[in-house]
Design a protein around this ligand. Sequence first.
Ligand code: SF4
Ligand code: SF4
Length: 449
Amino acid sequence: MPGPKLDDLALLKLVFAAGVIGAGGAGFPTHKKLAAGAKLLVVNAAECEPLLASDRYIMREFPAEIVAGAQSVAQALGIPRVVIGTKKKYSREIAALRAAIAEAGAAIEIFGVESFYPAGDEQTLIYEITGQSVPPGGIPLQIGIIVINATTALNIQRGIQGVPVTRRFVTVTGAVAEPVIVDAPVGTTVEDLIKAAGGTPLPRYAIVRGGPMMGKQFQMEAAATMGYGKADGGLIVLPADHRLIQFCSKPIDQIIAQTRSICIQCAMCTEMCPRYLIGHQMRPNRVMRSVGTNTHPTELLDALLCCECGICELYACPMGLSPRRMNVYVKGMLRAEGAKITDQTIHLEQSESRPYRRIAQSRLIERLGLGDYPTQLDNCRSFEPQKVIIGLRQGVGKPSSPRVAVGDSVHVGDVIAGVDFSEAGALIHASIDGLVSEVTADQIKIERK
Ligand code: SF4
Ligand code: SF4
């Protein structure tokens, strides 16, 4: 339940003190995202990455805290309207949220979207709920909207009650003995998360950190040293030679060569692009053409609008090309040159075909070769590792600076790294009791005594 009404600065300080960052993937520091002046707060509960189920779990198990977190933000920032955006088909979750809203007497709406990918993309969800597009290259606040993830709302509420973010619900699935949601301390290694799911029968495996569409792929050698962070909601174990792993591991030189030789300019990548379909001039076929022909350099600017959802390369392209990887490559070059989007015109005519271009999640799962794995998980298991490896760059923004040294004794909740309140970064807390055994610029390792 929300406590006494907070003003905006008091709320931001509590959120900062709890080390809350966006839990939906990018990990933007939440105290920098929450700002007065918005007219709508959207709680993004439309988890759309195939196989991931952690947000659904918390909607069922902690609906009152999600509702209270959203209420507290709206009250403190004076936001008049709150909408929880989720999937229509999540009937159990919607029932739990409705009961919590009624219990709290809260004026919170629930908006159900169809089950398509990427319904949980922040800008796609805003379009679904309001019919408005965020300006190209802009942020939701430009149209008076703030979006927070459902887990972030939960973490905000716990932060208000003085409980920092030291644990994370992670969907551990794929080729593991018992796909399950694991409630684990921040910094639990991939190896331990796989153990928590009963291990894997595969002698050689690869891992996807995040969802299959937007996650990052690693070979099994990384499992012992990679600690999961506050923004990591999914871990998928796959055979090392799975086609998703092979496709996403192609070297950039090969991608460029393939772009030059076999892109047929069919524009399917553009026709299916969710950012194009909300009116942005994100036309991956033009980026591909420009790279392929070394002409039309202004076309490359489109790459700056790419949200890296993966539809163009994992679903749309009939030639098996990689427009997303190409966009990421081009974006890196453009950003190094300081290039920016200046034209924020929205082309609403592009959105007319949206309803016909939504990708059903079931079709996507088959296309990705993930049909053998469960799409719904009900079980959650707590796991207590002997050690944690806590990253100091858990999201976008300034990395956290260590505030402990090797040999220090720490307890759950102690601040071990951080930034100042004025900075776009986050505090990081110890997630287990133990001794600090390693401190680098990138991570802090804690082992139980
Ligand atoms: S869908 Fe593939 S072949 Fe068609 S334009 Fe895009 S990258 Fe080229
Ligand atoms: S990854 Fe492809 S489909 Fe997704 S936003 Fe970028 S260009 Fe569009």
